[in-house]
Ligand binder design. Structure first.
Ligand SMILES: NC(=O)c1ccc[n+]([C@@H]2O[C@H](COP(=O)([O-])OP(=O)(O)OC[C@H]3O[C@@H](n4cnc5c(N)ncnc54)[C@H](OP(=O)(O)O)[C@@H]3O)[C@@H](O)[C@H]2O)c1
Length: 355
């Protein structure tokens, strides 16, 4: 800690999540930090970014960048976090990691402050993990409803934004949209892919199929029995965050041509009686949730309305017609804010307050 306050390092400051982290820090009326250090790959070393009105030079990741750092925020690929978060801890920092490297490690808490903030204090490895953005988008709502009605089962379909695949995902979607703008691409199988090829967009995409004018039922890597890694994360991380080891969860993760903000259709079954009115009351009382639920007035959450917002928006709340104690909800959360940078930053401020 320096004389002005704790020192924070943002590792991956130039990426989609790191850039959002800087926006969040800039927008806060006050921050606890005495110094904000920016770190990325050697490709970005020397780049100057503005943080809280100050030009700040990006440093290349190296052990010395963690000297004097109290909290190190990792917004980098899994393998970079896996290698470097322990190095930051060895140099005296608490690491808060946004990647998937440590989330299911039993010695690493997986934290959503409004659900399980207390878990952050028990961190034997000096590392706190931030959940996957798809899981995170529904956790504030599920945590609040679970406290009241005892969650038993979750069936989820996600509609995930391109920026969930980082800056390369954003760049690819914009490139595809630009290539197809104003074109009549035809209605035959393969016409969209052909139009993209003609426009010079090759197969070096972060997505396994065209995303513009399409939906792609895939996110992550292939796991056993046809599941995607993203779908298993939703299951495993929900159980860990909510502290319900036997929670029944089944997810289908789908990528849609939205730049930022994930949406989820959630079918949630509870152990206690639950009504739409009671659920609305519980959700309305949660400060990090915005209830937008008036279909008669055309009011529901959409990614285009939610992007850039901190709260998770919840709407379309219905009592399932054929399933007892079950609600259907539609949830939207900005995957770069609450789904990543904001939640990480909230954890970091909690850690700073305890130093
Ligand atoms: N996007 C989301 O919605 C989301 C949500 C939750 C969690 N996450 C996780 O957050 C992490 C960052 O994701 P992102 O979407 O921001 O990715 P991104 O846009 O691709 O940015 C990656 C960042 O990591 C840096 N980096 C890459 N390799 C590095 C290395 N060897 N050494 C040091 N820095 C390195 C990059 O620096 P350069 O610019 O110098 O290459 C860049 O700053 C990932 O683990 C991701 O899974 C993302």
């Amino acid at each position: 800690m320096n004389q002005q306050g704790p020192v924070v390092a943002i590792v991956g400051a130039t990426g989609a999540v790191g850039t959002t982290m800087i926006e969040i820090i800039d927008a806060r009326p006050s921050v606890p930090w005495g110094e904000i250090r920016l770190v990325a790959s050697p490709r970005s070393a020397g780049k100057v970014l503005r943080v809280r009105g100050q030009d700040t030079t990006v440093q290349a990741l190296a052990p010395e960048v963690f000297d004097g750092v109290d909290v190190a925020l990792f917004d980098v690929p899994d393998e970079v976090s896996a290698e470097w978060a322990p190095i930051a801890v060895a140099r005296g920092a608490v690491a808060v990691d946004n990647s998937g490297a440590f989330r299911m490690d039993p010695e690493v808490p997986l934290v959503v402050p409004e659900v399980n903030a207390a878990d952050a204090t028990n961190r034997p490895k000096g590392i706190i993990a931030n959940p996957n953005c798809t899981t995170l988008s529904m956790m504030a709502a599920m945590g609040a409803l679970h406290r009241e009605f005892e969650l038993r089962e979750l069936v989820v379909a996600s509609y995930q934004a391109a920026s969930g695949a980082g800056q390369p995902g954003i760049d690819r979607l914009y490139a595809e949209l630009a290539a197809l703008a104003g074109k009549q691409v035809g209605n035959r199988s393969g016409d969209v892919a052909e139009a993209l090829r003609e426009a010079g967009l090759g197969s070096d995409s972060p997505f396994p199929a065209p995303l513009a004018l399409n939906v792609v039922p895939w996110a992550g890597s292939l796991k056993d029995d046809g599941w995607s890694s993203e779908e298993l994360k939703v299951r495993n991380e929900s159980r860990k965050i909510l502290g319900i080891p036997d929670l029944k969860v089944s997810a289908t993760c789908v990528r849609v041509p939205v730049v930022t903000t994930h949406a989820l259709a959630v079918h949630a079954t509870f152990g206690q009686d639950v009504s739409v009115d009671a659920a609305r009351k519980v959700l309305a009382a949660q400060p990090t949730i915005m209830l937008r639920d008036d279909p008669a007035a055309g009011e529901w959450p959409t990614p285009a309305a939610v992007v850039g917002e901190d709260p998770t928006w919840v709407g379309r709340i219905r009592q399932a017609l054929d399933f007892p104690n079950t609600l259907e909800l539609f949830v939207c959360g900005d995957n770069l804010r609450k789904g990543a940078a904001l939640n990480t930053y909230e954890i970091a401020e909690t850690v700073a307050a305890s130093l």
